[in-house]
Design a protein around this ligand. Structure first.
Ligand SMILES: Cc1cc2nc3c(=O)[nH]c(=O)nc-3n(C[C@H](O)[C@H](O)[C@H](O)COP(=O)(O)OP(=O)(O)OC[C@H]3O[C@@H](n4cnc5c(N)ncnc54)[C@H](O)[C@@H]3O)c2cc1C
Length: 413
C-alpha cells in the first residue's frame, strides 16, 4: 500500500472515537492517516451490545451528562456538537438506519454491529482516509511545531495528532493502555485506573448454589458509613463465585476503587424489590394464615427464587423444611431482617480482562472541553475512553466516544 509521511492529521486507534475523528477531519478536507495496532478496525465496536451495538440512548443531553458523575459536565460541548439525534442522522447519511425498540436504547436496525463497521469503512474509503492496520504507535515526539509519530517500523510527521486509544478493558480487543503512556510522556496526568462494568466476586460461597438465578430489581447498598450513599437498583444474576447482571455492571465502577481501598466491601442487598421489614412481615403473616402448614422455604419462595430462599433459611439458621408457623418469634425477626437486607461482601473481580469500561484516564483538567485539545501539547487531541470519563450500560460510552471523536476531529484550536 502507498502512503505518505506527512498528513494534516494522524489518528491513533480505530475504535468508535478514532474512526469518527478521522471521518470528521476528512470531511473538512484534511488529509488523514488512521493507525490501528490490530489487524482490523473497530474490534471493540464489533463486540458492543453483545454484537448488536447499543450506539446511544434517547436521553436529553442534561440527563445523559448526569449519569457520568461529577466529571460529566466536561461532555457538554461534545454533546452540543454531536448528540444522539446527530448520531442517528450521521448513521442514516452513511446508510445505517437506527431505532430504539424499547424507547431508550438506540441500535442499528440490523441489530448487528458489523453493519456499523462496514458503513464506517466505506465512508472512510470514500473520504480517502488512509487506514494502516497492524501499526502500533510506540511514541510521539514533539519538537516545537514538528510532530513525529513512531510505530514499530514507520515514522510519520503530521500537523495534528488525535489520541483515541481507549482504556484498559478487554485487552484482546485492542485497548491496553498505550494511550496513557503516550499521554504521560507528553506531560499529562493520568488519574487512577480501575476496571469497571464487570462481574464481582463475593466472600460468601453460598452464591454458587444460586448460580444463573436472576433477581429482578435487586437493591444494593454499600454498608460503610462513609459511603452509605452508594446505592443501585436493577437485575442481578448469581455466578459461581459472585454476582453479575446489569445492576452489578453499573455499580462496579463505584466498588472497584473501594475494593482497592478496603480489601473487601460490605454490601446489603434487598432481593425483594426493596420491600421493607413491615411489608415483609405483613406478607408472611398473610401467606401463613392462608396455609397453616407452609414450610419456611415455601413461604420465602413466595418472595424470591427457591434456591435463594434455601440460602436465606440457612443464613437465618432455620431449617428450610420447618413449619413456618412453628418457628420462634426471635428466629422470625432474624429472618425478616435478613430478607430486608442480606449481607454480601465483595472481595474481588477478574480485573481489566473482563472489564467493559475503564474508570480513570487522561486528567480532564488538562484537556480543553471545547476542542478536546491538550492544554499541554498544542495540536494533540484526545477522544473516547482514553479520557477520564465512564458511563453506565445503555449506549452512554459509545455516544461519548462518537461525540468526543467528532469534536476532536474538528481540529479547533
Ligand atoms: C464487550 C463490550 C461491550 C460493550 N458494549 C457497549 C454498548 O453496547 N454500548 C456502549 O455505549 N458501550 C459499550 N461498551 C463500551 C464501549 O465499547 C467503549 O467505551 C468504546 O468502544 C470506546 O471507544 P474508543 O474508541 O475510545 O476505544 P476503543 O474502541 O477501545 O478503540 C481504541 C483503539 O485503539 C487501538 N490502539 C490502542 N493502542 C494503540 C496504539 N498504540 N497504536 C495504534 N492503535 C492503538 C486499539 O486496538 C483500538 O482499536 C462495551 C465494551 C465492551 C468491552
Amino acid at each position: 500500500m502507498e502512503f505518505k509521511k506527512e498528513y494534516d492529521l494522524i489518528v491513533i486507534g480505530a475504535g468508535a472515537a478514532g474512526i469518527m475523528a478521522a471521518i470528521t477531519a476528512a470531511k473538512d478536507a484534511k488529509s488523514v492517516l488512521l493507525l490501528e495496532k490490530l489487524p482490523q478496525i473497530g474490534s471493540k465496536l464489533k463486540a458492543t451490545g453483545g454484537g448488536k451495538c447499543n450506539l446511544s440512548n434517547t436521553l436529553s443531553n442534561d440527563d445523559f451528562i448526569s449519569k457520568f458523575g461529577k466529571e460529566g459536565h466536561f461532555m457538554q460541548e461534545a454533546l452540543n456538537a454531536f448528540d444522539n439525534n446527530a448520531m442517528q442522522d450521521f448513521f442514516a447519511s452513511i446508510g445505517v438506519e437506527t431505532h430504539a425498540p424499547d424507547g431508550f436504547r438506540i441500535f442499528p436496525i440490523s441489530h448487528n454491529s458489523q453493519t456499523i463497521i462496514t458503513a464506517l469503512e466505506t465512508e472512510m474509503q470514500k473520504l480517502k482516509i488512509t487506514v494502516l492496520c497492524s501499526q502500533r504507535v510506540k511514541n510521539i515526539k514533539q519538537n516545537g511545531n514538528i510532530k513525529e509519530v513512531n510505530t514499530q517500523d514507520k515514522s510519520f510527521f503530521p500537523q495534528n495528532i488525535i489520541i483515541a486509544t481507549g482504556g484498559l478493558g478487554y485487552p484482546t480487543l485492542g485497548a491496553e493502555g498505550d494511550g496513557f503512556e503516550i499521554a504521560k510522556a507528553l506531560g499529562h496526568k493520568i488519574t487512577p485506573l480501575y476496571p469497571a462494568m464487570l462481574p464481582l466476586k463475593t466472600k460468601e460461597r453460598w452464591v454458587q448454589n444460586c448460580r444463573s438465578q436472576t433477581v429482578a430489581k435487586a437493591v444494593l447498598k454499600v454498608n460503610i458509613k462513609k459511603h452509605q450513599k452508594l446505592k443501585a437498583v436493577g437485575d442481578l444474576i448469581f455466578t459461581k463465585d459472585g454476582i453479575r447482571g446489569p445492576v452489578v455492571l453499573d455499580f462496579a465502577r463505584e466498588l472497584t476503587p473501594l475494593i482497592e481501598l478496603y480489601g473487601e466491601v460490605p454490601l446489603l442487598v434487598n432481593f425483594i424489590k426493596g420491600r421493607n421489614e413491615d411489608e415483609i412481615l405483613k406478607h408472611l403473616k398473610n401467606e401463613a394464615s392462608k396455609n397453616r402448614s407452609i414450610t419456611s422455604v415455601e413461604i420465602i419462595s413466595t418472595l424470591m427464587p427457591e434456591t435463594l430462599s434455601n440460602e436465606i433459611c440457612n443464613l437465618a439458621n432455620i431449617a428450610p423444611d420447618s413449619i413456618f408457623n412453628k418457628i420462634e418469634g426471635s428466629a422470625k425477626d432474624t429472618l425478616i431482617k435478613l430478607l430486608a437486607w442480606t449481607p454480601l461482601h465483595i472481595v474481588g473481580h477478574d480485573g481489566f480482562k473482563n472489564a467493559m469500561i475503564t474508570r480513570g484516564g487522561v486528567d480532564l483538567k488538562e484537556v480543553d472541553p471545547k476542542t478536546m485539545q491538550s492544554k499541554i501539547a498544542k495540536g494533540v487531541y484526545f477522544c473516547g475512553e482514553v479520557l477520564n470519563l465512564d458511563g453506565p450500560c445503555g449506549g452512554y460510552n459509545l455516544q461519548w466516544s462518537f461525540a468526543s471523536g467528532y469534536l476532536a476531529g474538528k481540529l479547533k484550536s
